[in-house]
Design a protein around this ligand. Structure first.
Ligand code: NAD
Length: 261
């Protein structure tokens, strides 16, 4: 029996087959969950539709998370289709390319607001909108990165956004704990996705990661997805407000392993 048998999950943030959200969708399907997926806009539809179809998912909803009316519409459709849901996955982030290179102090006011709105506030907005639909024993998940606590050159405003996202995870966990809903974040190592491609110097960072991490290996969307299964399932019944690293151990290192040089 699958670990998510009898559970209904909604996954936000599917763009293409490289998306972390796609890894999560596939793993949830493998574990027996009933699925719904959401994507940002019309332009992604032709990529998202066939992916959803391949896992037998016919709840595929467009939702621009910067628009309250879009969120409200998905909530209404989800309530109509599923009644209650058990797992909500927020796998969404955005900052303008211009903000993801050079000195952090060059971050524009507008760019700062945009990154915080799409990458952080959207999780709060989704949590608020969906909490009436959440079954006790349910779980919400978001995706973060180590740039929240350590300086990663070029990650800039996204690092600040991830710090706010992780703090939001804790506040939401406190709010929703009494109704039996857990809220956690997964901090993934660098993965080649659309979002990651926007970060200046990503290629070098990706290579360095494998060299420096204790496990000497990069992280895949499957690795992140399997942790999402754990955090969505009853196996993690008493874990909430946490940031769980899936990073081959990279974040424990102080300096690269020089003995191999
Ligand atoms: P991705 O580009 O596949 O996913 C990002 C998603 O955000 C896309 O589906 C995009 O359409 C969506 N999005 C952007 N603006 C939106 C809006 N206004 N409304 C709705 N959706 C919107 O890349 P990914 O790497 O899978 O990113 C998913 C999450 O994982 C992000 O929060 C990212 O910061 C995080 N993350 C990624 C990495 C990495 O190295 N790839 C590492 C750690 C954390």
């Amino acid at each position: 029996m699958g670990l998510l048998e009898g559970k209904t999950a909604l996954v936000f943030g599917l763009a293409n087959k490289n998306s972390i959200a796609w890894g999560v969708t596939q793993a949830f399907h493998r574990e027996g969950a009933t699925l719904g997926v959401s994507y940002a806009g019309e332009i992604l539809k032709r990529r998202v539709d066939p992916l959803a179809e391949s896992v037998g998912c016919d709840f595929v909803e467009e939702c621009d998370v910067s628009k309250d009316e879009d969120i409200a519409a998905v909530v209404e459709k989800a309530a109509e289709r599923f009644g209650k849901i058990d797992i909500l996955v927020h796998s969404i982030g955005f900052a303008n390319r211009d903000e993801l290179k050079g000195p952090f102090y060059n971050t524009s006011r507008e760019g700062f607001h945009l990154a915080m709105d799409i990458s952080v506030y959207s999780f709060v907005a989704l949590a608020r909108a969906f909490q009436p639909l959440m079954n006790p024993g349910g779980a919400m998940l978001t995706m973060t990165y180590h740039g929240s606590t350590k300086v990663i050159p070029n990650y800039n405003v996204m690092g600040v956004a991830k710090a706010a996202l992780e703090a939001s995870t804790r506040y939401l966990a406190s709010d929703l704990g009494p109704q039996g809903v857990r809220v956690n974040a997964i901090s993934a190592g660098p993965i080649r996705t659309l979002a990651a491609a926007g970060v200046g110097g990503f290629k070098s960072l990706y290579k360095l990661f494998a060299e420096m991490s204790p496990m000497r290996e990069n992280v895949t969307i499957e690795d992140v997805a399997n942790t999402a299964v754990f955090l969505g399932s009853n196996l993690s019944a008493r874990t909430t407000g946490e940031v769980l690293y899936v990073d081959s151990g990279y974040s424990i290192m102080g300096v690269p392993n020089v003995s191999e040089k």
